[in-house]
Design a protein around this ligand. Structure first.
Ligand SMILES: Nc1ncnc2c1ncn2[C@@H]1O[C@H](COP(=O)(O)OP(=O)(O)OP(=O)(O)O)[C@@H](O)[C@H]1O
Length: 304
């Protein structure tokens, strides 16, 4: 059998370490339905049913249903204030919906227990950078393993209370994720000194080192140059391809969204107005009216 490799379509490749191969094999071996299905639950990674959420008189989300297949990249798009971040905040347990529930791997929650997010297999990045700017890139990424070690993160940074085995394991995994995301060269730099695009990539590394089944990305390409966006899109796709991660992506750059996503859900004033493959969604008149503003095809019939 040939060795598994990380492939980046033109960005190079690296061998997949044995423990990651084991992780992938275990995930593949898990039969659909192993997660104690409840009333009609099938083989999805994440499901939102009838989610409604208001802030005072402002309706942020209205009766949202959303079902994610394992390993899909699912974009959530829509105008400013449409409810995209609120949706991610419901999935990550920051907001409790007024109505509806979230199912993660078949288990149903009125409010997702946010302190147990990592244990539930969910990691997220934030719209605004949330790195420890005064720590090295490596230590930032190691902090993404905090859920997996017994000692506290502060103890870990201080080098106190962390078993040598835990420390070695966390650093080893962090180093491999840094290699996966082509960040090895900057691993000892203070995170706050890196260019913005690289800091966003370090955030992705910190989320991925937790080996999440579901990755929530809130505008991971905001403020990036075109080149940085393309690189980031390549890394998100590579993570999905290599680890089977299910990705929820909030992104305003329609070109990136349409090129990267398997399916796209569109929100407008808290309602879901479309949900389907990119080519279908970008031709939906309601989506054009509410968000895209222009027809997706130019006179030559080429897509955007
Ligand atoms: N914590 C909050 N308190 C009060 N109102 C809120 C809160 N969070 C969101 N909202 C309101 O809910 C609505 C949806 O906001 P949300 O941030 O989810 O939209 P969005 O689609 O992510 O927007 P953007 O693209 O600008 O980030 C908006 O009207 C917003 O003002």
């Amino acid at each position: 059998m040939h060795a598994m490799t990380y492939a980046f379509g033109g960005l190079g490749s690296a061998p997949i370490p044995p423990d990651v191969q084991e992780h992938l094999a275990a995930r593949e071996a898990r039969a659909p339905g192993d997660e104690a299905p409840e009333d009609g639950w099938r083989d999805g990674a994440l499901e939102l049913s009838g989610i409604s959420l208001s802030f005072g008189g402002v309706v942020a989300l209205s009766d949202i249903d959303l079902s994610l297949r394992r390993g899909e990249i699912r974009a959530i798009i829509g105008p400013n204030g449409a409810g995209k971040s609120s949706l991610i905040n419901v999935v990550s347990g920051i907001y409790r919906p007024d109505r509806g529930h979230v199912r993660i791997e078949g288990k149903r929650y009125g409010q997702v227990p946010t302190q147990e997010l990592a244990r539930l297999g969910i990691a997220r990045t934030f719209q605004n950078l949330a790195l420890f700017k005064g720590l090295s890139v490596l230590d930032n990424v190691v902090s993404g393993r905090a859920h997996a070690v017994r000692s506290s993160f502060l103890g870990q940074i201080a080098g106190v209370g962390l078993s040598r085995r835990e420390d070695a394991d966390a650093r080893d995994r962090a180093a491999r994720i840094l290699e996966f995301l082509h960040l090895t060269q900057v691993r000892d730099r203070l995170a706050g000194t890196l260019p913005y695009g690289l800091q966003k990539r370090v955030e992705l590394a910190r989320a991925l080192v937790a080996e999440p089944a579901i990755l929530l990305l809130d505008e991971p390409m905001a403020g990036m140059t075109v080149t940085e966006k393309n690189e980031m899109a390549g890394f998100v796709r590579a993570a999905r391809d290599q680890f089977g991660t299910t990705v929820v992506l909030i992104e305003h750059d329609i070109g990136v969204v349409m090129g990267l996503s398997d399916r796209v859900a569109v929100l407008d004033y808290g309602r879901k107005i479309a949900d389907g493959p990119p080519d279908e969604v970008q031709r939906d008149q309601r989506v054009i009216d509410a968000y895209l503003g222009v027809a997706p095809e130019n006179e030559d019939g080429e897509g955007i």
